[in-house]
Each structure stands twice: as structure tokens, then as C-alpha cells.
Ligand binder design. Sequence first.
Ligand SMILES: *Cc1c(COP(=O)(O)O)cnc(C)c1O
Length: 349
Amino acid sequence: MFDLGKIIRPNIKNLIPYSSARDEYTGSEGVFLDANENAYGSPLDSNYNRYPDPMQMELKRKLGEIKGLLPENIFLGNGSDEAIDLLYRAVCEPGKDNVILCPPTYGMYEVAANINDVEVRKVGLTPESFQLDCVKIRENIDKNTRLIFICCPNNPTGNGVKWTDVKSLLEKFNGLVVVDEAYINFASYRSLVPELLNYPNLVILQTLSKAWGLAGLRLGMAFAGSPVIAVLNKIKAPYNVNIATQQLALSALNKVREVNDWIRCIVTERKKMEEALPHFPFVEKVFPSEANFLLVRMKDAKAVYRFLIGAGIVVRDRSTILLCEGCLRITIGTSKENEQLISTLKQYS
Ligand SMILES: *Cc1c(COP(=O)(O)O)cnc(C)c1O
């Protein structure tokens, strides 16, 4: 049975969190002489002289309406990278506990483990189809395994993993299963958000950095049962999401329809590229994608990469990564950019 109390680090369980001025007095009216702010204003067109809402309630309510969640099920951070780091800090005892990662996958899971001195147990995805190897994952779980990270759709392979596999881990594992849905908006299948009701050990990561077009604002989200979210809130920096980000994200969230139009456009472009790329003799395989990028195996990836750089087109060289040998990861751009890529590749021989 999953018991959050059993996996939280004792120092975190016993922690008395920092109590900020905006935690201690939450009203919005009054003469605020409690936080040593500059009461005159900011040397800008807008004022940012007041500290932001530490719990980002207005933004969480709005997001909650869109996602079908309560604010108590939402953590907001400085990118989803902040949530990844806080998950390690909440449940992984440095030098003692371990986590399971399934490469090839997003690099930050391993970097955050290393920063926190947490042992990484790598269980590779299955070759070519990039699915979870549940038997091996289970063999690697021991009493100190705290987290399993699953990226779905996966970066850099682009595919989704089978829900039945994720489900079997959720049911048999007593730590947290973190499903990173950074690319869910581009997928043909649905988010696991409704499953939060069934699995207290499920954590879902999403972000405004990809489909929402707000990578520069840094707003990441973690969705989970309220006990898990309460732990993340307890250990986060007091004012981890700034006022500009909170305000701009709120305005952006009023534009669901526009963003959905974009997503449809990007998916259409992805399909066009999926059809066009295999025609080149130097392209060996275009892997199926549920995301806004394609993993493409080339006969000579490094040479293609260099040729594209020479033409001013930058893709990601993933050719030295295990199971991605010879592959480039190509983000879907605007239709003009994609045409430029195709016409440049026509000149390569
Ligand atoms: C891009 C990406 C993120 C986004 O991270 P942010 O810190 O929110 O910008 C998270 N997970 C994966 C798998 C990604 O590819």
C-alpha cells in the first residue's frame, strides 16, 4: 500500500516552513508595512513592488477550471524543472534512496538526481518501440526506491507508453510514479489527470512551455493528490512564481481556443513532415510521434546536422544517445520553417 508518510524524508516531515508576510496576512486591502517593500512603486510602466501571492490562488483556480482540478491538487513552479527537483527533495534521502529512469528520456530527471545525490537506476525503454520494460523495472525496485519517472509522450522519442504498463506500476509500486505530460497537448490520447482520483501515488507534470508557447515565462505544473501537493508547497521557495508570470499566464489561459488552433496546426505540420522526410535517401526511419517534434534516424546524422547548421537551421543531435543512435530530433516549426528545412535537405547529398 502507498503511504506518503512512509516515504517523506524525516527532515521534511518535521520541517517548519518559512512563513512569509503574505502568508501571515492574506487580505488585499490595507496599508502594507509588513514586507519591507518599496511603497512608492517600481521604475517601470507597471508596478511590481509588491510580493506575489505565494500560493498563486487566482491562477490555480483558473487552471483548475480548465483541467478539472481543485487548487489543492495543483502545484505551480518555475518551470516543471522546479517540480522535478522538489519531488527529489521531498522523498529521496541523499546517498541512500534511489529512483528509476527509463532512457532515452528527458535529461533533467538524471541531472536533478545527481544534484540531490540520489542513485539513478536506469531501465531502458524497449528498442525501436520505446515502451516500458515493466519486468525489469519491477526487478530494480527495492525498499529505497522512491520515484519512477515516465515521460509520456516521451522526449526525445516522441511516442506514448502504454497506459496498462503505467497502471501496473501505479498499482504495485509504493513510491511516486511521475508521469511527465509536457507534450500531452499534441497527443492523440488523453491526459491521465482523471486518474488522479484513483491513484494517490500518481504525480502528473505539465508545463506552459510547449503547446502554450510560454517557455520564456517559466510556468510548470504538478498535479497530484492534495497530500503530495501540500509537501511540495511546504518546501518550495516562498515566492517561486513571480507576479509578471502569474498575470501573463492568467491572460494566456483565456485563449484556450487560439492555442487549440495552433496545436491542430502543429499536428498537421508534423504529419506533413512525417510523410516528406522518408523520401530522402539518407533518412532511415521517422519514428511515430505524439509530440511537436520528430525523431529521425539518418544514415549519417552528424553530417546532416553539420549541413543544416551551415544553412542556419538548428536541430538537436541525439545520435550518441543509447537507443537513439544516428538520430536527430527535429522540432516542428512554422509551415514556412518546415518548408525551408525540406528544401535545404533537398540540397544535401
Ligand atoms: C520541455 C520539457 C519540459 C518543460 O520544462 P519546463 O521547465 O516547464 O520548461 C518538461 N519535461 C519534458 C519532458 C520536456 O521535454
